[in-house]
Design a protein around this ligand. Structure first.
Ligand code: CS2
Length: 466
């Protein structure tokens, strides 16, 4: 493939991006031969190793998609034409963003990368990158800061705006990143707010289970790749991308490659966040408490399976989408049981403070509006709170990996109602409508007391099936 300046700049070069958006783009390229939509992919905080390794491999890598141990497909991805590590010095990335060739910026920067409180309405000033960019944009550090700096220069140079396509597991993800950029602009360049509001920030729902790559996964993939390749990404065969069709500066016609273009992503986002991701987080916290390590182990535990089924029953009444939810939930159970992936519960358990609100709590609010309690969501939240104590029911310990780890662990209290009260008082974590829901709070305190009283895994399992 020729090495023209890529039209797409991607921020967040992790395994997920390599197994999802890059694979759709490879399919687009294979079908059309059009190399104008190549990718420049950057990391801005961590994982310089993948940037360097891809560089040495001319940016080619294999993706192995497992249906089962004995059934997998191989895709060789070649659409990344450049990679960057913009660690302490991000100017090289800013140069890419202001290059006239850049038409589309895509993001997989995880929930915390948006730099917003969980209500999506205010910047999280406790995020060091946001706090620094709030003071000065001379050397932008956060994603909103980088985008704003580039937009400022592009406007000054009279360049066409790029589109910013969000690919993270957040509701209204496009609107969220637009809000974050606008909030920062109000501080530094208020005159730009109208232009930013007029730019395209489409939302998208992304779905593919992509575990972190391990040495074991690399070794196992030799059977499919034909060689030991440390750049391999392993994933499942299922893949879905639903994208809001709102691109101000063109896009690949990737609907022919399996991307679903829609006017409104929200119903799909809600379905995926509440059913798939909600069940994932439930399996992660409840599963770790029980001493499980992987998603397939957890879903094969009858108590956890029953809990997930009860959770589906509760959450699905908050999902309104033209999809058969029986089929969808059935397919999720099968996807979770895929034992070729070794998807670590600890990976899903990370960053709970950024995930729990949209996965569980928005559903609780929705159910309350329908006059319904949410006992399973209360139990799920209780499992997260028990998880934050850092030990499983029978004593196994694990680290708490969360940007709010310090504040969260300060809330931990042996007394359930005190613990719940402290958690509810944390700024911007639990939506107001949940905090004000006395019945939910009472159920949460009760669930936390019951979970905390379980001294054995058998007792906890019993609680999950009762
Ligand atoms: C997972 C997701 O780590 C997590 O929180 O729930 O990464 C999940 O695997 C993907 O959203 C699946 O599309």
């Amino acid at each position: 493939m020729s090495r023209t300046v890529p039209a797409i700049v991607h921020i967040g070069l992790g395994a997920f991006h390599r197994a999802h958006q890059a694979v759709y783009l490879q399919s687009y390229f294979d079908r059309t031969g059009d190399d104008s939509w190549q990718l420049c992919a950057a990391n801005i905080r961590s994982n310089q190793a993948i940037v360097d390794a891809l560089h040495s491999a001319d940016h080619c890598y294999p993706v192995v998609a497992y249906e089962s141990e004995d059934t997998a497909t191989l895709t060789n991805v070649r659409v990344i034409s450049d990679t960057l590590f913009a660690g302490s010095d991000k100017s090289v990335l800013v140069q890419r963003l202001i290059d006239p060739a850049t038409r589309l910026v895509t993001l997989t920067v995880t929930e915390k990368g948006y730099g917003l409180l969980s209500n999506g309405e205010a910047l999280n000033q406790e995020d060091p990158a946001i706090a620094a960019d709030w003071q000065s944009l001379d050397a932008p550090k956060s994603v909103p800061g980088l985008l704003l700096t580039a937009i400022h220069t592009r406007v000054a140079q009279g360049l066409a705006p790029f589109t910013v396509l969000s690919c993270d597991n957040l509701p209204h993800n496009g609107r969220r990143i637009q809000t974050a950029v606008c909030l920062l602009a109000q501080r530094h360049y208020p005159e730009l707010v109208d232009s930013i509001q007029a730019m395209s920030f489409p939302s998208s729902m992304v779905d593919r289970i992509v575990p972190a790559v391990t040495d074991e996964a690399i070794a196992k993939s030799v059977r499919w790749v034909g060689r030991q390749d440390p750049l391999v990404v392993v994933t499942e065969q299922f893949s879905q991308w639903v994208v809001e069709d709102n691109f101000g500066n063109g896009r690949p016609d990737w609907e022919l490659d399996g991307v679903t273009m829609v006017d409104d992503v929200e119903p799909y986002e809600t379905m995926k966040l509440r059913l798939l991701n909600g069940a994932h987080s439930l399996l992660a916290y409840a599963g770790l408490l029980l001493g499980h390590f992987t998603v397939d182990q957890a879903i094969n535990d009858p108590a956890l399976r029953a809990l997930v089924l009860a959770y589906f029953g509760e959450a699905r009444v908050t999902v309104r989408v033209a999809v058969d939810l029986d089929d969808y939930c059935c397919a999720l159970l099968k996807r979770f049981a895929n034992n070729s992936l070794h998807h670590q519960l600890a990976q899903i358990a990370m960053d709970g403070s950024q995930k729990v609100p949209q996965r569980w709590l928005r559903g609780v609010i929705d159910r309350r509006q329908q006059g319904l309690d949410s006992p399973i969501a209360a139990l799920a939240l209780a499992c997260w709170m028990a998880h934050l104590r850092g030990t499983g029911v029978e004593g196994a310990s694990y680290p708490i990996n969360d940007p709010l780890a310090v504040s969260l662990t300060q809330c931990v209290d042996d007394e359930p109602s005190a613990y719940v009260a402290k958690l509810m008082a944390l700024d911007g974590l639990v939506p107001l409508a949940c905090r004000d829901d006395d019945r939910f709070i009472a159920q949460l305190v009760g669930s936390l007391a019951r979970v905390s009283d379980c001294a054995t895994t058998e007792a906890l399992k019993k609680l999950f099936v009762d």
